[in-house]
Design a protein around this ligand. Sequence first.
Ligand code: GDP
Ligand code: ZN
Length: 458
Amino acid sequence: MLSTGTPPTIAAIATANGRGGVGVVRISGKNLLPFAQQITGGKTPEPRTALYTDFLDAQGNAIDNGLLLYFTAPASFTGEDVLELQGHGGQIVLQMLLQRCLELGARIAEAGEFTKRAFLNNKLDLAQAESVADLIDASSQSAARMAVRSLKGAFSAQIHTLVDDLITLRMLVEATLDFPEEDIDFLEAADAKGKLRALQTQLADILANARQGAILRDGMSVVLVGAPNVGKSSLLNALAGDDVAIVTDIAGTTRDTVREQITLDGVPIHITDTAGLRQTDDVVEKIGIERSEKAVQNADVALILVDPSEGINKTTRDIMCRLPAHLKRIEVHNKIDLRNVQAARSDDAAAQSLSGADTVISLSAKTGAGLDLLKAALLQQIGWQGESEGLFLARTRHIHALQTAQAELENAALCDNNHIELLAEHLRLAQAACNQITGEFTSDDLLGVIFSRFCIGK
Ligand code: GDP
Ligand code: ZN
């Protein structure tokens, strides 16, 4: 499927930047045996067998020693010949190994280029290729489990079943087109409309799973609002609980204290404490604050913390005014342990909202009482139904394609026997939308966008 000529040999450091026991340089290209012989000083590696060897520079001096793995086309990740040089995990020695690969005729791989070649050589479909990146970027164990499922083809299999059924129906309908006088009997006898309804149900199920998967992939964004000392930091810690995977450094930034990421029932929750949003002259802090302001604008839910005995003070009211109108609000009455516990738990449902929020929850960040109610309310706000077998880590791209297919099926269902051509056309468009997901008919532009978001070496 590669367009013209022999694709160049590509090489990249495949392990993460930093120090590690082992570091891997990966090479993919056509006929890499001579390459392997040159870098090992004339050894001939057996395919799929680890060869313990020195990796040599042009003068025959050892750059490093380690294991060489040799995969011959097409039985490799990319579908080409692949070499893996497993050396020691230091950045200098890996750079020297990579440099040697360039001397031997490789060029540095672009982001996602290995996976792109795997796709172009039919080793993976597009949804599977995307799941490679999703697995690497997974921010919770649930997300990682979903990504592996997609990588192994679970999502693609659902799409293929759907497309197969669509094709069967299209054949039925198009056969009717060829015999116009018989159309009414034929469509009815074949129960075309019934088959179409079944397809719509099938698609609706996939879409529902995809939406759940998207929640797991993208998570939810929450802002904490409340006066000083009302218990925002304590609540954040309580929510994080014994979650070992508290991510404090968000990609590309130094740690800023106003943002945290926790995981609730596998869903990544990005939390911004608006207490950090104050006036400052410090440049670095200003950047952090601007980023937080953005987080507030893009948030899904605001948690408004109040001490019911004190009400809402001016600072809290000021911040509340700046919250976007679409934001869902949950009012939290903290420190119930300081009040009459019996009363606090039982008057839960009756607690009056001071901020106008629909949901009010009384809890104690200190003792943890009522925390389960808050967690449930948060997950309910975004419609999370819990991890289940059918889920996959859908991307917006997948959801849009499924929605397009759904709209086309709805249009198809409106076509009566006088509009069989239109019916056929809607079914064709529905199939085209589904095929976009697995990449069967996908433009080069889209491929460029998808693979450029990978990191180098993948
Ligand atoms: P923030 O300024 O809103 O982040 O508030 P903190 O989380 O720093 O809490 C302020 C004070 O209130 C601390 O001394 C906390 O230990 C205390 N606190 C927070 N939540 C509770 C609670 O639920 N019960 C009690 N008794 N004290 C709490
Ligand atoms: Zn705080």
